[in-house]
Write a protein that binds this ligand. Structure first.
Ligand code: FAD
Length: 902
């Protein structure tokens, strides 16, 4: 296995994961989601006048909004890179956390992005030897507040650039700055003197209207566009405060980001300090823009990641086309895979740019030797870092915004009518995510503006240097021929064409550069361990989403399998098994945080973890690599009773596969495998324990068992005591063609697993409509999901020995369920069209079973909601076990409730 890490060295991963794990709980906690709901319900408003007609311009924001802002401050969403604990990796740390935060904060990340930019801006001002001694403490005081983790002390900052004549082109700025004629005794609210410049004009968009300071553009009397710093409020007596020469004309009524108080501001004698030299306004303020654009991009992938997670959860429960779940619809999965590939590419581009930003902020002194602990192919020459950052920031910002908006639209549509609704449950409100995302391609620079910016860089004075820096990095990455040749074509095109010619195709120039750099990053990632899914993702990314021929090769079955692996991490019906594997890994070697991250949306942050000893861990991306998750099988068998005894000593080559796919020809031999397969270090071998000693380095090999195909009649597998997973599905109908022709069904009438005791991953039976009997008398443990979906014959389910199953989901024509030994589960959901008495069942179970405060859900008919809970409502304990439910399965659980209500 590759030993390299991507974007974060392993020791930093270990250090920050406990915090991320906890924060993962927080962002999906009821408390935080209620704050989001409150901020959406109680939109900001203005109290312009007081009772006696005095102007007061009071901006009222909701409690939820204020709480979210305080939480972001406390969590260090801005502070982390300034604390600089992890040097060049501090930014990666910040933005991983930010990514978790994105879809749960109701756009408080808009002011926090500007605050981050302002803090960097002030720190750069303070680095200047020509900064006046009077100004230094003023800036220092503001900087300390911008980077504080204490809500009572912390400031946020606005960024006022846009005026009515233009936001893209700030050379139209009309706001005037004049040296003030009269000194003022008023002070800023931090006690600092106010500036000697008087600002007068009109700012057309201000999003951080509740901020304590702002950085703004204005023209000096000589017409020089310059940058100013001003506090928002002032005081003359230290007690009463008033706005510092600002009146709020009105709040904007917007498509999205509704809880964010975006206002038009009239500026009249606002006292401000000039920053840097007059006339350098655009250059000065670009420090802020370069940071806010990275924030914008991580907001894009963060929101999109949440949308995809909601869509995945929905696909697991929503039945269509006569009872098949969306997760089993090949065309649906194909779209999901296409979007997942796009998402992963933009994730890589985001975190690569974040890494560059982090390196660039460490100063030239640390440039040599930077990036230790991550794949050397990722790390550019020190001298190239600023050039790459400069060229990739607009590419990332423009491309990720557009991709996220398109991607979230698909997430809305993927939930059908429910997706279009403004759901009260904020963890499911994908419509809000979509609404909010639309601004991402406008503020901080529209797509055209950024394409223009890119072309200006490429054709400007440093254009050649930038191209050479890109060439050096791509050369150093040692990428394959396809990516290399796309790069060469792109570079030749840029060199050959004039600026005007390139500008016409600016978007294409920008997006093609993203394709090439993204493909190189995905390739670096894939070659860590040669994972087939990672390789396929890299290939598809380079081809692009509209190249349908590149969206999968091979047979229909192979395409479905690969699409499922890309979008779910494994075959669809075994989708939760990865959680179980992660859970096992957690016990042995993973940090809790890594566990949480991988559970949280399963794959939000794709590429950050490998273990110290070099083995690839169940990081969010590697958790997708379910090499064992094969589900579909081409075997069509008739009824068969499998006997273990007959198999001993005659083990076939199929025992060497981690997936045992039963059919009539191999069933006897495969059952033998389950008892005779052993893992000895990295190899799987067969050992006959009846006449051979088991070496100390060997443990029982746990197979994934699949039984699919047209098995008719009873099926029994005696002798099988322990497996990794069992998946029993239908199969693709013989002779079917095209995505829609696939039919899953199976004709097993009874399943007898008389010796089975332990399933270390999941036990899934779905689309087996004929099953009327299941016999698992000794089954004690299912470490993952016990998911039985039997919608045909009436069935009585009995699990006499089962004491633990992580998640239990039973649905179908169920007349009775017996769990006499069950003591613990993290989720117990039942839906029945049979005679099961849900009320009695829930009452009985709630007394006997520890569900870790999760409600037991039982619906007696799909048309009615009959959920019942005897357990207390979930509380925010910060416990990692609960996180799995909240993060990975909460959406699913809530969706089940919603679905049942439909
Ligand atoms: C919700 C919200 C909050 C905002 N908050 C802030 C804030 O806090 N502070 C702030 O300063 N601004 C803020 N803005 C303003 C935002 O930054 C501007 O709207 C944005 O920069 C675009 O400027 P504009 O609206 O003037 O559009 P224009 O610049 O007029 O653009 C109109 C169209 O022209 C295109 N265009 C512009 N220039 C070119 C070109 N050279 N070549 C080709 N096409 C071009 C654009 O792509 C766009 O399609 C906010 C905007 C929104 C929607």
């Amino acid at each position: 296995m590759a030993t390299s890490t991507v974007y974060l060295p392993s020791e930093i991963q270990q250090e920050i994961y406990p915090d991320l794990n906890r924060f993962g709980d927080v962002v999906l906690s009821r408390k935080v989601l209620d704050w989001v709901a409150d901020s959406e319900k109680n939109l900001p408003y203005l109290k312009t006048w007081d009772t006696f007609g005095k102007r007061r311009d009071e901006l009222i924001t909701s409690e939820g909004w204020r709480n979210l802002q305080d939480l972001g401050i406390e969590e260090g969403i801005v502070a982390i890179p300034f604390e600089n604990k992890h040097k060049e990796f501090s930014r990666v740390h910040q933005f991983i956390k930010y990514h978790l935060w994105t879809a749960s904060n109701s756009s408080v990340t808009c002011p926090s992005a500007m605050t981050d930019g302002a803090a960097r801006f002030l720190s750069r001002q303070m680095e200047s030897p020509s900064l006046s001694p009077e100004l230094r403490p003023i800036l220092q005081s503001a900087y300390t507040r911008l980077t504080s983790r204490s809500p009572s002390k912390a400031w946020t900052s606005g960024q006022w650039m846009t005026e009515r004549p233009g936001g893209s082109d700030v050379s139209f700025t009309e706001t005037l700055a004049t040296p003030s004629a009269s000194p003022t005794s008023a002070k800023s609210i931090d006690g600092s003197p106010l500036g000697s410049w008087s600002i007068n004009g009109f700012k057309w968009f201000s999003s951080a209207t509740d901020a304590q300071m702002t950085i703004l553009l204005a023209r000096t009397p000589e017409g020089k566009l310059s940058t100013f710093f001003a506090p928002m409020r002032r005081t003359t007596d230290g007690a009463e405060t008033e706005l510092n020469g600002v009146t709020i004309q009105r709040l904007k009524n917007k498509l999205g980001t509704k809880s964010l108080p975006t206002a038009e501001l009239v500026v009249k004698d606002m006292r401000a300090h000039l920053m840097g030299e007059a006339g350098n306004g655009i250059r000065e303020i670009s420090t802020i823009l370069n940071i806010t654009r990275v924030h914008n991009s991580v907001t894009a992938v963060g929101s999109w990641g949440r949308g995809l997670a909601i869509k995945r959860a929905f696909a697991r429960v929503r039945k269509v086309a006569g009872g098949r779940r969306l997760v089993d619809m090949p065309s649906h999965i194909a779209v999901m895979a296409r979007d997942e590939v796009e998402y992963r590419g933009w994730m890589h581009l985001s975190f690569f740019t974040v890494l560059l930003l982090g390196i660039s902020e460490q100063g030239s002194g640390s440039a040599k030797g930077h990036g230790k602990g991550v794949d050397a192919a990722l790390v550019p020459d020190a001298k190239d870092v600023p050039k790459l950052l400069r060229v990739l920031t607009p590419v990332l910002k423009a491309g990720s915004a557009k991709a996220c908006i398109t991607g979230l639209q698909e997430c809305v549509e993927g939930l059908g009518g429910v997706g279009y609704l403004e759901n009260e449950e904020m963890d499911l409100n994908v419509a809000k995510l979509y609404r909010d995302s639309n601004v991402l391609s406008i503020w901080e620079g529209t797509t055209e503006t950024l394409s223009w910016d890119l072309v200006k860089i490429l054709k400007g004075r440093s254009g050649n240097d930038v191209l050479e820096a890109l060439a050096r990095w791509i050369g150093g990455a040692k990428i394959g021929f396809d990516v290399q040749s796309r790069w060469e074509q792109w570079a030749a095109n840029v060199r050959e064409k004039s600026e005007d010619e390139l500008i016409i195709d600016g978007r294409e120039v920008l997006l093609e550069l993203a394709r090439v750099v993204g493909a190189a990053l995905l390739e670096i990632d894939a070659r860590r361990d040669g994972d087939e899914v990672a390789k396929e993702v890299a290939k598809r990314w380079l081809a692009g989403p509209s190249d349908w021929k590149a969206q999968g090769a091979g047979s229909l079955k192979e395409r479905v399998r690969m699409n499922s692996k890309i979008s779910f991490g494994e075959a669809p019906s075994d989708a939760v098994s990865k959680l179980n594997r992660v859970s096992q890994a957690t016990n042995s070697k993973l940090s809790r945080a890594e566990y949480a991250l991988s559970k949280y949306e399963s794959k939000i942050i794709p590429v950050i973890a490998t273990s110290k000893d070099g083995e690839v861990l169940q990081s969010p991306r590697s958790s997708l690599r379910d090499k064992d998750g094969m589900r579909l099988s081409s075997h069509f068998v008739s009824a068969y009773i499998v006997g273990l005894a007959a198999a001993v000593g005659q083990l076939p080559s199929q025992c060497k596969s981690s997936v045992l796919s039963f059919n009539s020809a191999n069933a006897v031999a495969l059952a033998g495998c389950t008892e005779l397969g052993y893992r000895c270090d990295d190899k799987v071998v067969q050992i006959n324990s009846t006449n051979e000693a088991i070496p100390a380095n060997c443990t029982h090999y746990l197979y994934n068992v699949t039984v699919d195909g047209d098995i008719k009649g009873p099926l029994g597998i005696p002798g099988m005591t322990e497996v990794s997973s069992i998946t029993i599905n239908g199969t693709v109908a013989a002779g079917s063609t095209g995505d829609f022709a696939t039919v899953y069904s199976s004709n097993i009438t009874s399943l007898d697993l008389p010796d089975l005791e332990n399933v270390t991953s999941s036990f899934v039976i779905s689309a087996v409509h004929s099953l009327s009997s299941l016999n698992v008398p000794k089954l004690k443990n299912v470490s993952g999901r016990l998911d039985i979906d039997v919608s045909g014959s009436p069935i009585k389910l009995s699990f006499p020995s089962l004491s633990y199953a992580r998640v239990i989901m039973l649905s179908g024509n169920i007349d009775a369920i017996e769990f006499p030994s069950l003591s613990e589960t993290l989720q117990l959901h039942v839906s029945t069209t049979g005679k099961l008495d849900c009320t009695a069942f829930v009452e009985k179970m709630s007394k006997a079973v520890n569900t870790h405060s999760q409600a037991i859900l039982c619906a007696a008919d799909f048309s009615e909601t009959t959920t019942a809970s005897s357990s207390p409502a979930p509380t925010d304990t910060g416990n990692s076990v609960r996180f799995e439910i909240r993060g990975g399965l909460l959406a699913l659980a809530v969706l089940m409730a919603c679905m049942l209500a439909l």
